[in-house]
Design a protein around this ligand. Structure first.
Ligand code: ADP
Length: 227
């Protein structure tokens, strides 16, 4: 199959873990393709392997077999320093926990993934633009402890987008939030993903959040079934 350079391709990915009783198979034969601007929700029972798959797509964990191609390249062929650079430039992560650095201000947290890059003024402008976009323009000097859970997650979304990554991955991004805040965070993720023309993948147990994404797939018995 001819592959577009701007796509994500997951091909026959499997993942198993060695245990005392032999290999524990988590992912069997996962296949997935995304183009720029696509947004996909992945649901499935707890323990189905959703986070495992997201970590493999995010190049944080290697598959046991199969291939992942991001923007036409095979990230797992890279040495670790090159892989870290590739990941930092190409992939934005939003987790259930915000993982903001408590000693840094809001804007410093957003700028962390951009520290390796050049153009400090331009990147600071982008950080301010993103924080303004999520309604935190007045809070950029605050510390994470001074923010609500939803506000911290908005900062985490800005941090994920600071390098304009083509791939945006979110693992239970609304899992710790009340319903109203979860709705707002879900909307921001979707809107910003679309505005940035990113490929967005959201792992969620929330049927409500999943229903708002244009593509939906369920991970069942180690396979991804698109609905
Ligand atoms: P989900 O996100 O769908 O809840 P996970 O991807 O977190 O599922 O986990 C899938 C399964 O893989 C779980 O049964 C988990 O215990 C197992 N697992 C995850 N990491 C490891 C590991 N390093 N060693 C062994 N088993 C693991």
């Amino acid at each position: 199959m001819l592959q577009s350079a701007n796509d994500l391709h997951v091909e026959h990915v499997s993942k198993s873990y060695p245990t005392a009783n032999g290999a524990l198979s988590i992912l069997g034969d996962v296949n997935l393709s995304l183009a720029r601007g696509d947004a996909l929700a992945i649901t499935g029972p707890s323990g189905a392997g959703k986070s495992t798959l997201l970590y493999i797509i995010g190049t944080l964990d290697a598959p046991t077999s199969g291939a992942v191609r991001i923007l036409g390249s095979d990230p797992f062929a890279l040495k670790s320093a090159a892989l870290a650079r590739f990941r930092n430039a190409s992939i934005g992560f939003v987790f259930q926990e915000h993982y903001l650095l408590p000693q840094c201000s809001v804007i410093e947290n957003v700028l962390i993934p951009a520290l390796a890059g050049k153009g400090a003024d331009a990147v600071a402008d982008r950080a301010r633009m993103l924080l303004d976009r999520v309604g935190l323009a007045q809070r950029i000097r605050h510390r994470p402890a001074e923010l609500s859970g939803g506000e911290r997650q908005r900062v985490a979304i800005c941090r994920a987008l600071i390098n304009s990554p083509p791939l945006l991955l979110a693992d239970e991004p609304t899992g710790n939030l009340d319903r109203h805040t979860a709705d707002t965070i879900g909307s921001l993720l979707l809107e910003l993903g679309r505005e940035q023309n990113a490929m967005l993948i959201v792992v969620t147990h929330s049927a409500e959040l999943a229903s708002r994404l244009p593509r939906r797939a369920e991970l069942i018995d180690g396979r991804l079934v698109e609905k």
